[in-house]
Design a protein around this ligand. Structure first.
Ligand code: NAP
Ligand code: MG
Length: 478
């Protein structure tokens, strides 16, 4: 039985959401020439602000501003560029509470995650790449590394500020300038970041933010004067972007979807593994590209793991993202909720067994209870397709070879998890799994020094670490 907790809401008075926002171009907020759209709080469906939708002409102005700024920024010494990045990192820390509250309001994620994961990792990324800015020639990427030019960056809604940091920090450290398009449902923290760039006295045009929907993204990636496209999002859109830039000399990195296997062997510390299964799939409502959405559990411990997992799921608190006790917040949009519902219904109709703990969901806003499917086979759609929600599919295996085969039986290859007491087994599995990151006895851990990226339909190129610099330097692989 779960304890009852009194509500412990974080105050939202720290954020000042304006009724409307323009675009951030050449160091200033400007009115867009296109229309505008609303961003809402997915936990209440309340409209938060009107945001400008950048037209093709607006995107062109932003790219021109970035091109003008590139001259000075790329010639500035790495040591000077680092000062700006360190300053931005420190302001992010200073304004951390504000950023976390705003992220939770616009996105729906629990405040304990935005406060303890997103924002600290964002600051860490800026600190990390600030440290590289004056050491690029020691990165092993050639004797005289040169920036590419202007980067067009398009990011999704699941980690709005973190995906911005993954893209902006390495680009700037290497001497590039950027035009970034945040997702339509989560533009607000990118706009607050624009304010932080002003506060840090970043030279105008080095960072430009163009809000909008898919047509703004299309205008950006197909703009003839950008040198680099960095995209994080769905595999479908990633493929469209790859087609849009084919035949140009734009450099491209794509961070796409995933369907990770989280593999629990019979010698694993079961209680720890259960915690890892829970954070693997229920962290950020399961809106995580590297989520451990396929649990592969060794048959001999499957009953024990399932019993403990269900008991643990019964203690998860779903509700108000700003409540400090909340484990699972709101689903980011009605569209995403519909997709989760649809795939879950398919799971049932294809014969898997669905289970959720009893939980009261709020009446307004978008919510989905933590859900687990057992009796899943590899042919089921819930085992093959990304649900991108708090939905776990459970499969069993008998031998390590069978675990490897099932884990790799996916068009994706972004991440995987291995739970076992044997170090040799960890190393063996890591060498066999076709996944960009393999976690051992942990899951969903992010560190700026560690490269992240996919195999197969999960994309190409790496973000983070020394490897993440390669994506923004001439001649380097990445
Ligand atoms: P999405 O539909 O692909 O959208 C991603 C971004 O691309 C959004 O800003 C979107 O704008 C924009 N966009 C849409 N169509 C475009 C086009 N034709 N040209 C240029 N830009 C376009 O993905 P999503 O549903 O927001 O995000 C979820 C997906 O992202 C999942 O598949 C997840 O696995 C993946 N993801 C991957 C990683 C990783 O690092 N590998 C990290 C996080 C998420 P709108 O917002 O206006 O649609
Ligand atoms: Mg929103």
């Amino acid at each position: 039985m779960a304890f009852e907790y009194a509500p412990a809401p974080e105050s939202r008075s720290i954020v000042d959401i304006k009724p409307s926002y323009g675009l951030f171009v050449d160091g200033e907020f400007v009115d867009g020439r296109g229309t505008s759209f609303k961003t809402i709080n997915p936990a209440t469906e309340e409209t938060l602000a009107e945001v400008a939708e950048a037209s093709e002409a607006d995107v062109d102005l932003a790219v021109r501003a970035a091109r003008r700024a590139f001259r000075g920024w790329s010639r500035m010494s790495g040591k000077e560029r680092a000062k700006y990045l360190f300053r931005i990192a420190r302001i992010i820390q200073e304004r951390g509470r504000e950023l976390a509250v705003l992220e939770s309001i616009d996105n729906g994620k629990p405040i304990k995650e935005s406060r303890d994961v997103d924002v600290p990792v964002v600051a860490a990324h800026f600190f990390y790449y600030a440290g590289w800015a004056d050491k690029l020639e020691y990165a092993g990427l050639g004797p005289n590394p040169q920036p590419l030019g202007v980067a067009g960056q398009v990011i999704p809604w699941n980690f709005p500020l973190l995906m911005l940091a993954w893209k902006v920090a390495p680009a700037l450290a290497c001497g590039n300038t950027v035009v970034l398009k945040p997702a339509e449902t989560t533009p607000l923290t990118a706009l607050l970041f624009a304010e932080i760039c002003q506060q840090a006295d970043l030279p105008p045009g080095v960072v430009n933010i163009v809000t909008g929907a898919s047509s703004t993204g299309q205008a950006l990636v197909s703009h003839p004067d950008i040198d680099k496209v960095a995209f994080t999002g769905s595999t479908e859109v990633g493929k469209a972007i790859a087609r849009a830039v084919a035949g140009t000399d734009k450099k491209v990195t794509l961070e796409l979807g995933g369907k990770a296997a989280n593999i629990v062997f019979d010698d694993a510390p079961i209680d720890q593994a259960v915690e890892g299964i829970v954070s693997g799939i229920f962290f950020n409502q399961g809106h995580v590209c590297c989520a451990g959405s396929r649990l592969l559990v060794q048959e001999s411990v499957a009953d024990e793991v399932m019993a403990k997992l269900k008991r643990r799921m019964g203690t998860l608190r779903v509700g108000d993202p700003l409540d400090k006790n909340t484990d699972i917040g709101a689903i980011n949009s009605r569209e995403q909720l519909d997709r989760i519902r649809e795939l879950s219904e398919v799971g049932e109709s294809e014969g898997a067994e669905r289970w959720s703990p009893a939980c009261d969901l709020p009446t307004s806003g978008f919510w989905f209870p933590p859900t687990v499917f057992t009796g899943v086979t590899q042919a089921h759609r819930i085992a093959r397709e990304e649900v991108f929600g708090p939905v776990l599919s459970v499969l069993t295996f008998r031998t390590p070879a069978e675990a490897v085969e099932k884990a790799n039986n996916t068009p994706y290859g972004l991440s995987a998890g291995v739970w076992t007491e044997k170090g040799s087994r960890i190393l063996h599995m890591a060498s066999q799994l076709r996944a960009g990151v393999v976690w051992a006895n942990t899951f969903n851990k992010f560190d700026p020094a560690s490269p992240f990226g996919g195999y197969k339909e999960s994309g190409y190129g790496r973000e983070g670490g020394r490897q993440g610099l390669a994506a923004y330097l001439k001649g380097a692989q990445g």
